[in-house]
Design a protein around this ligand. Structure first.
Ligand code: CMP
Length: 149
């Protein structure tokens, strides 16, 4: 079973799309195991996006992610990382598949509404960065037996 960090970014929060994104992940069959609505400190933003230091979009990205609250979450399911990235669509909104969140609601790469972990390794690192162990809720979603084995 895989886990992924998902951030509903400031643009999606401002546009009232929190419910839309959560609904799509729930409908997909994934299990929500942690969530918090929070302001992002400069330190947290810089640690989270450390791999992008030096890139042309880095400074505006830090400004953007700290400009308004985000909804930080952890979702779990079989092949969750691939499934979530597919639900969100490609990072560049104009390349996102029709029906994906970014295709349906975004136009630009920076204002791409969500972040989702890109590998099991980065998921583990990101989940540890954003959540304390006790914030991850262990529970059974009974309907899962009708979604996967
Ligand atoms: P995310 O999946 O959060 O990972 C890095 C973020 O940087 C990305 O989504 C975009 O918000 C932003 N980003 C990536 N590439 C570019 C780009 N070329 N121009 C502007 N922003 C970018």
């Amino acid at each position: 079973m895989e886990r992924s960090l998902v951030l509903i970014k400031p643009d999606a929060v401002q546009r009232g799309l929190i419910g839309e994104v959560i609904t799509r992940l729930e409908r997909r069959g994934l299990r929500l195991i942690a969530a918090k609505f929070m302001s992002v400190s400069k330190e947290l933003a810089e640690t989270h996006y450390a791999t992008h230091i030096g890139k042309s979009f880095y400074e505006p990205l830090i400004k953007f992610i700290t400009a308004a609250p985000v909804m930080a979450m952890v979702w779990q399911g079989p092949d969750a990382i691939t499934a979530i990235r597919q639900t969100m669509g490609k990072t560049k909104a104009t390349e996102a598949a029709p029906g994906s969140v970014r295709h349906d609601f975004a136009l630009e790469t920076r204002y791409n509404l969500t972040h989702a972990s890109d590998s099991p390794e980065s998921a583990e690192k990101e989940i540890t960065l954003w959540f304390k162990k006790e914030e991850l809720i262990s529970w059974e979603r009974d309907v899962e037996r009708w979604i996967y084995e």
